[in-house]
Design a protein. Structure first.
Ligand SMILES: *Cc1c(COP(=O)(O)O)cnc(C)c1O
Length: 463
């Protein structure tokens, strides 16, 4: 029986003559198409022998070929509509970029540039000059350096300044950021020895003072990022650490994590340390991320004293952690928005932070009305967005959510994740909710269509 079925299977060569296979060869090339047909035939043979299934028709084999070709060539990195209300969402790629940053990155990526070429002198230049002036103007620092990300920035600072020696840090700041970035482990990799002082909840200036000895190379402060200390707590101010460092001739490294150039308080958020405040307080080196509250591409920014930055620039590790031309172009364009005082209008992260509650409500209600017209029982609820990205833990911004109560939230969420584009929302009180704050302005139509398709798909499956 199975022998008869096996003999019904056509050959690869025979299938390659079919119009569908000819079209696939045009789109994917001969090799990939033939491979997909071999795989489809192998799968059919398996099904016949192992499960006693009948041989599929040539049409079914060609359909299987087309599916395999699509799966093999579809990029795994796909656009996602972020309806979670978490603005700097690390798993969803952190900061979306401004139009100007994207244009600059496209131009840098598609052609040659003076990345490491001095056009005036007609000779080799340095890639590290490109964001320096902008960063100096914006932060007041003497000099600046850009590397791959903030984890790299911290690693570089510790390696260049403290390898084989000791770095003093408060026990309240030995944080794990997520994605495996743990301060004690980074210090171990850098070759600097960790000297923990104080207790989990309280560290005093005298704790640092008592830890300083000839082996000490630096004092390190790390932003708590994703947790908040409340109750009986104390940390030493940066200004006091700087004064202590000066007394002993020790550099102070300040890892701000997100860092921000703008004041977060006018938006109803707590104070998030500004980079320029750390520079002003006298930190030797300040490190922060390019793609958290700054709202640019992934990068690690280091600003600070000229002699310390010069040491970093000369260190061999800098070459290994170096930043790409496309990133530099996007970063410079993003910093340009701050310099011109246009960050709030141009940078998506700040537009989202500054979004007015009445505008968010109007958008959520418009989505609900359009979905109701399509037969979906949508409504709107008051809710809360968050900044995310290891900044402002526990702080929220009031928003208006599109809510889909009465539908199985987990199943609906799964359907939305599997759609194209994928939509990621949040479950509140057993209902799937979508927050307009983090949905880009040109994604409204796609979002409404995706929700309607997902809900209708569920209703059809249930029948
Ligand atoms: C996020 C964060 C980092 C890591 O920054 P990346 O740019 O993601 O490498 C390091 N330190 C702190 C305090 C952070 O919050």
């Amino acid at each position: 029986m199975s022998h008869l079925e096996l003999r019904k299977l056509p050959s690869v060569d025979r299938l390659l003559q079919e119009p569908a296979a000819q079209a696939a060869r045009g789109a994917y090339g001969h090799e990939l198409t033939a491979q997909a047909l071999r795989e489809a035939l192998d799968a059919a043979r398996q099904a016949i022998l192992a499960e006693g299934r009948p041989a599929p028709s040539p049409g079914a084999l060609l359909e299987e070929m087309a599916q395999r070709l699509r799966a093999a060539t579809e990029p795994t990195l796909q656009p996602v509509i972020n309806a979670t209300g978490v603005i700097v969402h690390t798993n969803l790629g952190r900061a979306p970029l401004s139009d100007e940053a994207r244009a600059a990155m496209q131009a840098a990526g598609g052609g040659y540039s003076n990345l490491e070429y001095d056009l005036e002198a007609g000779q080799r230049g340095s890639r590290y000059v490109h964001a320096v002036d902008l960063l100096r103007r914006l932060t007041g620092a003497e000099d600046a350096l850009v590397v791959n990300n903030n984890a790299a920035a911290v690693l570089l600072c510790l390696t260049a300044l403290a390898r084989g020696r000791e770095v003093v840090i408060s026990r309240g700041q030995l944080v794990e950021i997520g994605g495996g970035f743990r301060i004690p482990e980074v210090m171990a990799v850098s070759g600097a020895r960790l000297v923990e002082v104080g207790t989990t909840n309280r560290t005093h200036l005298r704790d640092y003072q008592e830890a300083i000895r000839p082996e000490t190379a630096a004092l390190l402060r790390v932003h708590a990022s994703n947790f908040r200390q409340i109750g009986f707590t104390a940390q030493v101010s940066l200004a006091d650490l700087v004064a202590l460092g000066r007394e002993h001739g020790l550099p102070v490294i300040d890892d701000l994590g997100s860092g921000t150039l703008l004041d977060t308080r006018p938006f109803g958020l707590a104070y998030e340390p500004r980079v320029q405040d750390s520079v002003q307080a006298g930190a030797t080196l300040v490190t922060f991320s390019g793609d958290k509250l700054l709202g640019g591409p992934q990068a690690g920014l280091i600003v600070g004293a000229a002699d310390a930055i010069a040491r970093l620039r000369k260190h061999p590790l800098t070459r290994a952690l170096r930043v790409d031309k496309v990133t530099l172009a996007g970063l410079a364009a993003t910093l340009g928005h701050y310099l011109r005082g246009q960050a709030l209008e141009k940078i998506p992260v700040w537009r989202m932070i500054a979004a007015r509650p009445e505008d968010l409500a109007r958008r959520a209600e418009a989505w609900a009305a359009r979905l109701q017209a399509l037969g979906v029982a949508a409504t709107t609820w008051a809710g809360e967005s968050t900044v995310g990205g290891g900044s402002l833990p526990g702080e929220t911004l009031p928003t208006r959510l599109l809510a889909l109560p009465g539908l199985p939230a987990e199943a609906l969420a799964r359907r939305l994740r599997r759609g194209r584009p994928a939509v990621v929302g949040r479950i509140v009180e057993d209902a799937l909710c979508l927050d307009p704050r983090t949905v880009l302005p040109d994604q409204d139509d796609a979002l409404v269509a995706a929700v309607a398709a997902a809900v209708n798909g569920m209703n059809t499956d249930e029948q």
